[in-house]
Design a protein. Structure first.
Length: 291
């Protein structure tokens, strides 16, 4: 299931580029379309479950949705300023943040072999983006990298809160609220910043719909399902396979040719993912599924 999620989310950067619209607007319509699909199921399936949550848990559920919305807004905007490889790496550097949060906030002990594996994956990502950071538009790419890094911080909050609340809620109950709050968050941001939100070409609307269908409804929903079964840092480490797939898609459809160094970085990154999964799956006691 996690492989399906990685494949689904890996097409995000390609679809964002093909949409040819401001990142905030693309994020807005992606989340509006996704929320429109899942919200009716959430109301039908999970209204009773939501009433059982405490006030603090409802607050954190809202925080998760806001964090997801800000993640999409910052990361999709980063693609306007930097390459697919750089953006996707920085936004998937979340294992560092999630591992810290898992250990010090959720009290999920992260063993030293997992830390080593995480550092290997990060080292592979550094190789991937090395060439991009030496490009002629250094300051512009630096802005894009900073926006993608902000997206990583926001998705870390989203994952950590989800790890806490998902065991108490059905999948549809959780994503129905989170996707809706994310859509509202980005819509407010888009109108506040004065973006044009309508009047785009048919291909752009198609990309908006595909972003909602594939990366959100298939990819992110699968990750949220997995939060009930595995620790959040494991999901985040597995998601580091996304840069490799994204680079291949960028080569095939956007004429971004990967260099030998990027290929080497991808091999190192995948090796780190394999080690992290190997060390975590041997020791982790998983909760019983409720879905």
């Amino acid at each position: 299931m996690l492989l399906l999620a990685v494949l689904a989310t890996s097409v995000s950067s390609l679809l964002v580029k093909l949409a040819d619209a401001p990142g905030v607007v693309t994020a807005m319509w992606r989340n509006i379309f996704a929320a429109a699909v899942v919200l009716p199921f959430a109301v039908w399936r999970g209204a009773g479950e939501l009433r059982t949550l405490s006030g603090r848990e409802r607050f954190y559920l809202g925080v998760s949705g806001v964090a997801l919305g800000l993640h999409f807004a910052t990361w999709m905007t980063s693609l306007d300023y930097t390459s697919v490889a750089s953006s996707v790496f920085f936004v998937t550097i979340t294992p560092i943040f999630v591992s810290l949060g898992s250990q010090f906030i959720l009290h999920e002990r992260v063993s030293w072999p997992v830390w080593v594996a995480v550092m290997i994956t990060v080292g592979g990502g550094v190789i991937i983006i090395g060439v991009d950071l030496r490009g002629p538009q250094g300051w512009t790419e630096l802005l894009g990298d900073a926006l993608a890094l902000a997206g990583a911080l926001f998705v870390t909050v989203y994952l950590l809160v989800g790890r806490t609340l998902r065991p108490k809620l059905h999948l549809m109950s959780y994503i129905g609220v989170v996707y809706t709050v994310a859509a509202v968050t980005i819509t407010v941001a888009a109108f506040t910043m004065g973006f044009r939100v309508v009047g785009y070409a048919s291909r752009t609307w198609l990309m908006f719909a595909l972003l909602a269908l594939v990366p959100s409804l298939v990819g992110h929903s699968t990750y949220n399902w997995a939060l009930r079964h595995v620790a959040s840092y494991v999901i985040s480490v597995v998601n580091l396979g996304e840069p490799v797939i994204a680079i291949v898609l960028a080569f095939l459809f956007l004429d971004e040719t990967p260099t030998p160094l990027k290929i080497l970085g991808g091999a190192v990154l995948l090796g780190g993912i394999f080690l992290a999964i190997y060390f975590t799956r041997r020791r982790e006691a998983l909760p019983q599924p409720i879905d």
